[in-house]
Design a protein around this ligand. Structure first.
Ligand code: KIV
Ligand code: ZN
Length: 512
């Protein structure tokens, strides 16, 4: 049992967060994120919604098998089939939790559930009792709690506790609450239900940009579990951001009288990993993990910082694992210096991953003089940490011609199905020409849903990183590519998305 001043951190990056990333993370990627969350020391990981898809089912099974320290939770509506699916998925977990929910607001009950309040209460009793017959640890969430009638909400939570739930979650599902109002709301619910020994939780969305403020207000009201995501990833405007909540509690322990067990020095690398694997970038001025979070530009600030860092820094970059100076490595840097740098950047590579990463690093040193932290992180994510699906289409050769005189042309050779095909195309730009040539080779025609390129540093020879989302027959897949040649990076990203489309289509038995 945690002391009264400990707030449990319930991570829902892979459930509520992934729901919003618009692409599916594969099971291997989810296991990597779960391992990073375990290193952060989160208390509970919500690994997915097993009844929602085979992918979620597999992810929960695999996370439960491989990540042993945190409690692993699976989401379920109060429906019998959802709860049994969650129980099944969590069977191999060292510690498991079934998280079941139903809406309690008048608008949700009438228009979405088409149920009366009395029917919802019966459903809570039935669903929570069933969950409790399968798992020791059951959480109940009253969806849209912040817009629910207080008397009915208290009855709903009482029914859930009497049926066996020990964690009660008060979601602000649509991000409607105001912090001072939500603090009162939570305090009133807790008092009205009056059941000592249970853990009260909140789950705040960010539609008005108040997810973190509302979560912190709830802690003041006595809530001791907060549901949140890395980088604030989540439905619509996102969920409350874990790093902001945890650093607020840590930095203002004097104010809250509460803290978490999180190892905050792992925030930076976890944020990078989640952003890299989901393809959702982190805004530069994002609190805690944005690249500018610890940058001081104004001269007057820099002067203050030189005299005493505390003049303008309320927490140190080291406390969240943000790398200090960007040390550049080069072709004279050995394996030891390289491994030390990846460790300083927070990457926990296996010996095999370190060995392949070092090979890529050496290849990169042949192409450019200085290798920056951004370059290293880009190729670690592209070549080492991302788990590429079965490679159906592989880039073998390419030539792209551009100039002021005529239209860009590309000639591309892909290896596939045991042979090779070469096609050429003209486009509005070099990337357009390359993608058109690839499309001539593919037997299906995916649509480009998103395309981004960026450089990993300000230098002219920076590694270029491309991110692509393709859509075909209602399947979306993302691809990422990094290379010193930006056109190659865009082709690598495109082909990775193509290969992912093929593997999702095969798993869902959809003909392409
Ligand atoms: O936002 C919400 O209400 C949810 C519940 C399932 C907890 O995600
Ligand atoms: Zn939610």
């Amino acid at each position: 049992m945690d002391g009264p001043g400990i707030v449990r951190i319930f991570d829902t990056t892979m459930r509520d967060g992934e729901q919003a990333a618009r692409i599916n993370l594969n099971t291997g990627e989810k296991v990597q994120i779960a391992r990073a969350l375990e290193r952060l020391n989160v208390d509970i990981i919500e690994a997915g919604f097993p009844a929602s898809s085979k992918g979620d089912m597999d992810a929960v099974i695999n996370v439960a098998a491989e990540v042993r320290a945190p409690v692993i939770a699976g989401l379920a509506r109060t429906k019998e089939s959802d709860i049994t699916a969650a129980g099944e998925a969590l069977r191999g977990a060292a510690r498991s939790r079934i998280h079941t929910f139903i809406a309690t607001s008048a608008i949700h009950m009438e228009y979405k559930l088409k149920m009366t309040p009395g029917e919802v209460l019966k459903e809570i009793e039935r669903g929570v009792s069933l969950a409790r017959s399968i798992a020791e640890d059951v959480e109940f969430s009253a969806e849209d709690a912040s817009r629910s009638d207080m008397d009915f909400l208290a009855d709903a939570f009482t029914a859930a506790i009497e049926s066996g739930a020990s964690t009660l979650n008060i979601p602000d599902t649509v991000g409607y609450a105001m912090p001072y109002e939500f603090e009162d709301f939570c305090r009133t619910v807790i008092k009205r239900v009056n059941k000592p020994g249970v853990v009260w939780s909140v789950h705040c969305h960010n539609d008005l940009g108040l997810g973190v403020a509302n979560s912190l207000a709830a802690v003041r009201a006595g809530v001791r579990q907060v549901e949140c995501t890395i980088n604030g990833l989540g439905e619509r405007a996102g969920n409350a951001s874990m790093e902001e909540i945890v650093m607020s509690l840590r930095t203002r322990k004097d104010h809250f009288g509460a803290d978490t067990k999180i190892d905050t020095t792992k925030f930076y690398v976890t944020s990078k990993l989640v952003s890299g694997l989901t393809g959702v970038p982190v805004q530069p001025n994002k609190a805690i993990v944005g690249v500018n979070a610890f940058a001081h530009e104004a001269g007057i600030h820099q002067h203050g910082m030189l005299c005493n860092r505390a003049t303008y820094e309320i927490m140190t970059p080291e406390s969240v694992g943000a790398p200090g100076t960007d040390l550049h490595l080069g072709k004279h840097s050995g394996r030891h210096a390289f491994n030390e740098r990846t460790e300083q950047l927070g990457y926990n590579l296996t010996p095999e991953q370190s060995a392949s990463a070092f090979e890529y690093f050496k290849e990169l040193c042949d192409k450019k003089k200085d290798v920056s932290d951004g370059d290293i992180e880009a190729f670690l994510l592209d070549r080492i940490l991302r788990l590429t699906p079965e490679i159906r289409y592989e880039l073998k050769d390419y030539a792209v011609t551009i100039g002021s005189g005529g239209k860009p042309t590309a000639s591309i050779t892909l290896a596939h199905d045991g042979g090779e095909t070469t096609e050429a195309a003209v486009g509005n730009g070099p990337v357009d020409a390359a993608y058109k040539a690839i499309l001539k080779i593919l037997p299906f025609q995916p649509e480009l849903a998103e395309f981004r390129i960026r450089a990993t540093s300000e230098l002219a020879d920076a590694v270029g990183e491309a991110h692509v989302i393709l859509r075909c027959k209602d399947i979306k897949a993302q691809g990422r590519g990094a290379s010193t040649d930006i056109i190659e990076a865009t082709m690598r990203a495109y082909l990775e998305a193509v290969n992912r489309l093929c593997s999702v289509a095969a798993a869902r038995e959809v003909a392409m």
